[in-house]
Design a protein around this ligand. Structure first.
Ligand code: SAH
Length: 210
């Protein structure tokens, strides 16, 4: 899998809330790149739930994680990420520290099997329901394939509609990249600490990009 600047940036942001023993979700296992990074961050006793609708992707991910000695930390769900709520054990609802969506098609696989706005948005709604109070969501959108730009626009609109009182949503994009843009969105809950800081200073010091 290509490791793009957007993906590297996403891993760095998610690393702030991940740590030993925490629960993470790779909503689009693909070639296992994100699952590998997440598992490394929650080791030695956390858990990564991996979703993909293609058996090929889950198998590639499983091989990759086992080769890295992290396979025991991963649960594989041969299901769409829109089924997140029913696939995650109830004990993990409200406890997920990070979710990654790396949209589009499986690089090196069938490029007609792509993530789609309807299921992506349903999964993002579910993601907000399983997120821990200090958790964050990263969504990396690729605009170069058919439907990709529309999906990125749908994700942008979903982020923009999150109530500002309760959520912070930001976007990251290399604006001088040739070709089709890759856009990453980051979402986190606004914490009590940041609300207090805002009330006392009159300034919202809480920023996703700090
Ligand atoms: N475009 C990225 C990689 C995306 S991989 C890059 O170039 O690096 C996207 C993965 O999402 C694929 O493996 C695909 O099978 C999977 N996928 C598609 N629809 C899905 C869904 N509803 N739920 C979970 N995974 C899905």
């Amino acid at each position: 899998m290509r490791t793009t600047a957007a993906l590297t940036f996403a891993h760095r942001l998610l690393a702030r809330t991940l740590g030993p023993g925490r629960v993470a979700v790779d909503a689009t296992a693909g070639n296992g790149n994100d699952a590998l990074a997440l598992a490394g961050l929650v080791a030695p006793d956390g858990m990564v739930h991996c979703f993909d609708i293609q058996a090929e992707a889950l198998e590639k991910t499983r091989k990759r994680l086992e080769a890295a000695g992290l396979g025991h930390l991963v649960r594989y769900h041969a299901a769409g990420h829109e089924d997140l709520l029913s696939c995650l054990p109830p004990a993990h609802h409200g406890r997920v520290a990070a979710l990654v969506f790396n949209l589009g098609f499986l690089p090196g696989g069938d490029d007609t099997v792509v993530t789609r706005p309807e299921t992506t948005l349903a999964a993002l709604d579910a993601a907000t329901a399983v997120l821990a109070p200090d958790g964050s969501i990263a969504v990396v959108c690729y605009t170069g394939h058919p439907g990709g730009a529309a999906e990125a626009a749908a994700v942008a609109a979903w982020c923009a509609n999150l109530p500002f009182e309760a959520w912070r949503a930001a976007r990251y994009e290399l604006v001088n990249k040739p070709g089709s843009p890759i856009i990453a969105f980051f979402v986190e809950r606004r914490t009590e600490a940041s609300k207090t800081a805002m009330r006392s200073s009159g300034i919202d010091v809480h920023s996703l990009l700090l």
